[in-house]
Design a protein around this ligand. Structure first.
Ligand code: DGP
Length: 126
């Protein structure tokens, strides 16, 4: 079975410049921008420019250049935002996938959250 990518998702539109974003960092293969509905003092979304639905899709099919670029960009965002362990007090990184992961936007993104203690890792489902 292959991964199904919907190119009408909101982050695909951001990548095509069809809707605006508040960019934090752009590299060859990666875009980082502020979440529209921040849940912490730092809340940045980091996405690959390639068409990947989820982290497992990216990890299995992206090129090594994309994977290196994406991983390094995440570290750079943490440093720039002052939440890395070299520059601050830490962060939480979340990547939701699919229905059980409660993923709203079907383009791979990691949330970088910081600037306050994040509390428990996972809330109990109802
Ligand atoms: P997730 O549930 O992991 O798929 O989170 C999607 C996140 O995307 C959510 O925190 C809100 C954010 N978001 C949704 N639409 C937009 C948008 O148009 N611009 C930005 N910057 N963020 C958005």
């Amino acid at each position: 079975m292959s991964y199904d990518y919907d190119d009408q998702n909101i982050f695909a539109k951001i990548l095509r410049g069809e809707i605006p974003n508040n960019t934090v960092l752009e590299t060859d293969h990666t875009l980082a921008f502020r979440d529209l509905y921040p849940q912490a003092p730092t809340h940045v979304l980091v996405i690959p420019k390639g068409s990947y639905v989820s982290f497992d899709h990216f990890a299995s099919e992206a090129s090594e250049a994309e994977i290196v670029d994406y991983t390094r960009a995440i570290a750079e965002v943490c440093r720039m935002e002052g939440v890395s362990l070299t520059a601050g007090d830490g962060f939480r990184m979340i990547s939701n996938a699919g229905a059980d992961g409660v993923q709203e936007v079907p383009h791979l993104h990691v949330h970088i959250l910081g600037g306050r203690p994040m509390g428990r890792m996972v809330a109990k489902a109802d």
